[in-house]
Design a protein around this ligand. Structure first.
Ligand code: BTN
Length: 145
């Protein structure tokens, strides 16, 4: 590697705080996913439970989208650096509910990401339609505040 390469590496190392990658994840805050949905997570209690609100950018219904409440729980609230968590959104404009599970990661620049998977269950009128009642997906949230 030439002198220029060394200088660039050194500059990068100085720009990234050494503790960035090992920084603890904090779920509290305002998050946005790849669909443009916004989610606010409020302060967690010592048991690891939390509440918040979800403003989805998309919906499976044609009804007007409303901001909807969420209830969640984080595993090992005080100890974990990259905690697993789950939360459920009770949609206020449809008969569906969505359960998210995920984990919070911090990259080498200290940027947090919530990597989640979700199941969206809609209410079907007949048991024979149950086979088509559940959607599955994945979603990554990044902090916007
Ligand atoms: C509904 O369509 O009945 C309620 C809204 C569902 C929105 C889903 S939940 C999973 C996915 N991620 C989002 O941010 N929005 C959609």
């Amino acid at each position: 590697m030439g002198t220029l390469g060394c200088c660039l590496l050194l500059a990068l190392a100085l720009l990234v705080p050494p503790e960035a990658a090992s920084r603890k994840c904090d779920l509290q805050g305002l998050w946005r996913n790849e669909l443009g949905s916004n989610m606010t997570i409020l302060a967690m209690n010592t048991a690891g439970t939390f509440s918040g609100s979800y403003h989805t950018a998309v919906a499976a219904t044609n009804k007007q989208i409303l901001v909807s409440p969420l209830q969640g729980v984080q595993q090992h609230p005080s100890a974990k650096r990259h905690p697993a968590f789950g939360f459920i959104v009770q949609w206020q404009f449809s008969d569906s509910t969505t359960a998210f599970v995920g984990q919070c990661f911090v990259d080498h620049r200290g940027k947090e990401k919530l990597e989640t998977m979700w199941l969206l269950r809609e209410e079907v009128l007949s048991h024979k339609d149950a086979w088509k009642a559940t959607r599955i997906g994945s979603s990554i949230f990044t902090r916007i505040k």
